[in-house]
Design a protein around this ligand. Structure first.
Ligand code: SAM
Ligand code: SF4
Ligand code: SF4
Length: 385
């Protein structure tokens, strides 16, 4: 990364990245002659490429670090350190930053969190963002608990796509996993989203051995009936996943094998460039996806960055340092200067965190609880999934 002066905030080095020496890292192939540069793309925005030729095209905006669930794989602790409220970006600041990112080539935006539907007046923010003609895809990831209440307003505000997270069809398991009630509300939320006109709803299910790995086929059946496409996610060692262990990860290969023995031959659907999910089709035409961030990471084509609720910008989910864009905005930096700082950082981007993690000899949790308490920027619910 190029020098960003005091805007770069160092985070504690993740435990296992320190032990990566000697690891046989697979570098994504650079796009010949086009690395670390900017070039025009369709539309009026510039296209900024990192050192591996990966464009800055996809931004995830975590609008709050707060959550109304406590999923064991994301927020397993009893207590959390939250970002100070006056540090949280207001809607105008988010709009301003999104405009700058869109001017640099971002066309896909996803709102996430924490639980984004806890952010008051989120539909107003969506309305503001939907007016940006450079954004071709405006999506949101939610745990679905409040979807019944907000689905229609989200649709009317201009949201294009929804992803709902639901890991189990069994209410007792749901309660054990998220340490709250609400399974019926999530199912109602999905139905409400369909009724509100969302047609491309995806359902994210993190698969954990010994917890819900016996529900793969049931989730597929549910998705087919409910009109949503299921995407199984390999359990990742990110942020607050302090109970993670490799033995709990069900690999993409194992998921496919299990589903094939139940449904018959599975075919791969032709891959779409930088999309994280590999998509497949069952003999009856049902489609599903697998996000294999742990065993088959897709860093080589990764075009996404993350903006945290307080304006800290990360070039990778596993990034050790962030760039304080809110500091620049509130310090009165002109937009061109913020844009140049972003472009400059992206041109120097070498991140491929998940690939590096995969090469760890003795892979353990990414952060200890004390590290997370020292700096909430390391949490998955702050970084946004
Ligand atoms: N609260 C919203 C939700 O749960 O959909 C949005 C934020 S959440 C951090 C985004 C996604 O990250 C969810 O689909 C969640 O299942 C996923 N996630 C969180 N921790 C994970 C982990 N350790 N491994 C894999 N996926 C994880
Ligand atoms: Fe669960 Fe999402 Fe909340 Fe994390 S942010 S605890 S994944 S609902
Ligand atoms: Fe992209 Fe980093 Fe995730 Fe790899 S680990 S896919 S580089 S965000």
């Amino acid at each position: 990364m190029s020098d960003q002066g005091d805007r770069v905030i160092e985070l504690t080095e993740p435990r296992d990245l320190k032990g990566a020496e000697g690891a046989d890292l697979q570098s994504p192939p650079p796009a010949a002659g086009r690395t670390g540069s900017a070039e025009p793309h369709s539309g009026s925005a510039a296209r900024v490429l990192d050192t591996f030729g990966r464009p800055l095209a996809n931004l995830r905006v975590s609008v709050t670090d707060r959550c109304n669930l406590r999923c064991q794989y994301c927020m397993p602790e009893e207590e959390y350190v939250w970002l100070p409220r006056d540090e949280i970006l207001n809607f105008e600041e988010i709009r301003a930053l999104v405009e700058i990112f869109a001017g640099l080539g971002v066309t896909k935006l996803r709102l996430t969190g924490g639980e984004p539907l806890l952010r008051r007046d989120l539909d107003q923010l969506l309305h503001m963002l939907a007016a940006n003609p450079l954004l071709r895809d405006l999506a949101l990831t939610t745990n679905g608990l409040l979807l019944g209440q907000y689905a229609r307003a989200l649709r009317e505000a201009g949201l294009h796509r929804l992803t709902v997270s639901l890991d189990t069809l069994r209410p007792d398991r749901f309660r054990a996993l998220v340490r709250r009630d609400g399974h019926a509300e999530v199912l109602q939320g999905i139905a409400a989203a369909r009724a509100a006109g969302f047609s491309r709803i995806k359902l994210n299910a993190v698969v954990i051995r010994g917890f819900n790995d016996d529900e793969l086929a049931d989730l597929i059946d549910y998705g087919r009936d409910a009109g949503v496409e299921v995407r199984f996610i390999e359990y990742m060692d990110v942020g607050g996943a302090t109970h993670w262990s490799m033995s709990q990860v069900v690999s993409r290969a194992e998921m496919l094998q299990r589903l094939e023995s139940r449904f018959g031959a599975i075919e791969a659907v032709h891959a779409n460039g930088s999309a994280p999910a590999d998509r497949f089709v069952l003999p009856d035409g049902t489609r599903f996806g697998i996000i294999s961030s742990t065993t088959r990471p897709f860093c080589g084509s990764c075009d996404r960055a993350r903006l945290m609720p307080d304006g800290m910008w990360l070039l990778c989910l596993y990034a050790e340092r962030g760039i304080d864009l809110k500091g620049m905005l509130r310090g009165g930096a002109p937009r061109e200067e913020v844009a140049e700082a972003i472009a400059d950082a992206w041109r120097g981007r070498t991140d491929r965190g998940a690939e590096q993690r995969r090469t760890m000899k003795a892979r353990d949790v990414l952060f200890r609880v004390e590290d997370l308490r020292r700096d909430p920027h390391r949490e998955m619910h702050t970084r946004g999934g």
